[in-house]
Design a protein around this ligand. Structure first.
Ligand code: GDP
Length: 322
């Protein structure tokens, strides 16, 4: 039975990855900074099947101890301060966890168990002020916030350990990926949650920023498969993972409100407070390499993603009201 360690296991990606690995017969270990919580909403399906271990990307010794004790075959590094816009308020902690945390984990692997395969969660945010459209694995980076800068460091240290130490390390440059487990600070969940609240009569408006901003939104469950496939290759490589389709925040609103029989224009208010000072420009990925090499294709369409998220919020809020 192979063993995998997931950092940030209670987050959206960590929890989908835990489910995928368990279904493939792995023993799954997880680290999460909220280790004193009794229950984790995202882990409720797998809580009894995973092993939570004490550790933190800020603490080198804790990582060495975990790798020594469990010698995992694979490590998936999702732990990060993961909200790009919010990284302006904590730029130093963002760098410490999201950037240097990667080096601490790589060092622990290198010193203790160098044959462990390592996956680094890189981000399309690294392209920021994009140098070309669409972006590929070769497009230069130009991050526009501390989160993007920290992720860029994480990406390059992952590449450098592969080149220098011949370790099996891969970086997945993932475009936005959403699900009912996405935090409400992200626009997709804010909209699905808002539409559900309005439908249930809990509020009468939804305040958003730039409705014309565009993103490539995929389904997080599909992306877990792509990340796993990267570590099953003969040779380690980096991959852009995206759908190749872009949609605007307005289209997301339209689909979400239409799904519950409402017109978004009657409820959505554009509010200066939610505008970004430095917006990433046209983030459009080219998924060709992942398609060809990994044989990976997203399964859930944009419309299916929106309706899945709205339905989950209706259900969740419906339970709360009762
Ligand atoms: P990001 O790509 O990681 O920054 O993901 P977000 O979901 O936070 O933002 C996606 C896009 O939605 C950005 O271009 C935002 O400017 C835009 N957006 C518009 N209104 C809002 C809002 O109210 N909240 C958030 N978070 N984003 C918004």
């Amino acid at each position: 039975m192979p063993t995998a360690l997931i950092t940030g296991i209670a987050g959206q990606d960590g929890s989908y990855m835990a489910e995928l690995l368990l279904s493939k017969g792995y023993k799954v270990l997880g680290i999460d900074r909220f280790s004193s919580m009794v229950t984790y909403e995202n882990l409720k399906l797998v809580q009894d099947e995973i092993t939570l271990v004490e550790g933190n990307l800020l603490d080198q010794g804790s990582l060495v101890a975990i790798i020594e004790e469990y010698s995992p075959d694979e490590v998936y590094n999702f732990a990060a301060l993961s909200f790009p816009a919010g990284s302006w308020s904590q730029p130093v902690v963002t760098g410490d966890t999201t950037a240097l945390g990667v080096t601490r984990m790589l060092e622990a692997i290198r010193l203790v168990c160098p044959e462990t395969r390592f996956y680094q969660a890189s981000s399309s945010e690294m392209f920021g002020n994009v140098r070309e459209v669409p972006q590929t694995e070769k497009t230069p980076f130009y991050p526009r916030n501390p989160y993007g800068v920290a992720k860029m460091y994480g990406h390059w240290i992952t590449v450098t350990y592969r080149d220098h130490y011949d370790m099996f390390t891969c970086s997945g440059i993932l475009y936005n990926h959403e699900s009912p487990r996405r935090g409400v600070e992200f626009v997709t969940r804010k909209i699905s949650h808002g539409a559900a609240r309005i439908k249930l009569g809990l509020t009468h408006e939804l305040r958003l920023g730039n409705l014309d901003a565009q993103r490539d939104w995929g389904y997080a469950g599909d992306y877990a498969e792509a990340m796993w496939l990267m570590l099953q290759q003969d040779q380690p490589e980096d991959f852009v993972v995206c759908t190749g389709e872009t949609h605007s925040v307005r289209e997301f609103c339209d689909a979400a409100f239409s799904h519950v029989g409402l017109n978004y224009q009657d409820y959505v208010i554009q509010d200066e407070r939610f505008y970004r000072p430095a917006e990433a420009s046209l983030l459009v990925g080219d998924p060709k390499h992942a398609r060809k090499k990994l044989g990976w294709q997203p399964q859930v369409s944009f419309e299916e993603l929106v309706t899945m998220m709205v339905d989950a919020d209706l259900q969740y809020l419906g339970r709360e009201i009762l």
